[in-house]
Write a protein that binds this ligand. Structure first.
Ligand SMILES: *[C@@H]1O[C@H](CO)[C@@H](O)[C@H](O)[C@H]1NC(C)=O
Ligand SMILES: *[C@@H]1O[C@H](CO)[C@@H](O)[C@H](O)[C@H]1NC(C)=O
Ligand SMILES: *[C@@H]1O[C@H](CO)[C@@H](O)[C@H](O)[C@H]1NC(C)=O
Ligand SMILES: *[C@@H]1O[C@H](CO)[C@@H](O)[C@H](O)[C@H]1NC(C)=O
Length: 212
């Protein structure tokens, strides 16, 4: 749906823009595997979602593979990261969104000793100018997952990693999902909802939690 709006919008304007580079999949999802080589992409075995490289969403940072000792035990999105050694604030731009619409944004962070330094870091996440969460990395293999439900005020949302003096910020993946405006009414144009914990109150098969 969003993709169609986007194409319609662009054809009305007659401009060539980001949609052409295919940031959305057929569901209107954006699924980014940070640190993948430019133009890299793959279908995730588990979710069947198409993950793409982050190159078209950010101009700063460096790509890394996590350390080999951790690669057998983690899912594919965690195998590469992008890190930000310079600049206090580095931002991803998720573009061609529908202003006023509601989105779920998920960011994940798995250190995996990508820099060979075995040093854990702590940094802040922002949605635009609004504080989202402090990411506290306290081991190499447990992913930190941040989720927020937010209303896009413009046709883009910026996700920013801010160095607060606790070591180099990095990121493993970034996902955006459109939500119906009638869901999560607490999220509106003046406030967002940040995930504290997701509880599975039903089935014991926890894999369903990953599909959204
Ligand atoms: C990535 O794709 C763009 C657009 O097709 C192309 O211009 C660019 O050269 C590609 N980069 C690499 C590293 O292949
Ligand atoms: C990551 O590993 C792949 C092969 O597994 C290699 O081609 C690539 O250059 C590595 N990337 C970095 C940034 O070291
Ligand atoms: C970060 O996480 C570690 C390990 O869980 C904890 O000991 C430490 O207090 C945390 N730091 C902050 C500032 O929350
Ligand atoms: C967003 O929701 C909060 C709490 O329900 C409310 O105080 C605020 O006025 C709402 N903002 C808008 C623009 O509706």
């Amino acid at each position: 749906m969003i993709l169609w709006w986007c194409i319609l919008f662009l054809s009305l304007l007659g401009t060539d823009n980001k949609c052409v580079r295919g940031q959305f999949d057929g569901n209107g999802f954006i699924s980014i595997d940070c640190g993948l080589p430019e133009n890299g992409s793959y279908i995730d075995d588990h979710t069947k979602l198409s993950y793409i490289s982050d190159t078209q969403f950010i101009d700063t940072g460096l790509n890394h593979n996590i350390s080999k000792e951790y690669t057998p035990s983690v899912s594919k999105q965690y195998l590469t990261v992008r890190s930000f050694n310079s600049g206090t604030r580095n931002c991803y731009s998720l573009k061609s969104l529908v202003p006023g619409s509601k989105y779920l944004i998920r960011a994940t962070f798995l250190y995996g000793n990508y820099d060979g330094l075995n040093q854990f870091s702590m940094f802040d996440l922002y949605i635009g100018v609004n504080f989202w969460k402090t990411v506290n990395i306290s081991n190499a293999v447990t992913p930190v997952i941040a989720e927020v439900i937010t209303v896009a005020l413009a046709d883009y949302v910026q996700v920013c990693l801010v160095n607060t003096g606790g070591g180099t910020p990095f990121i493993s993946s970034l996902d955006l999902r459109p939500l119906k405006d009638t869901l999560y009414l607490l999220a509106n144009s003046t406030q967002s909802l940040a995930l504290v914990k997701r509880l599975n109150a039903g089935p014991t098969d926890t894999t369903i939690i990953r599909h959204f």
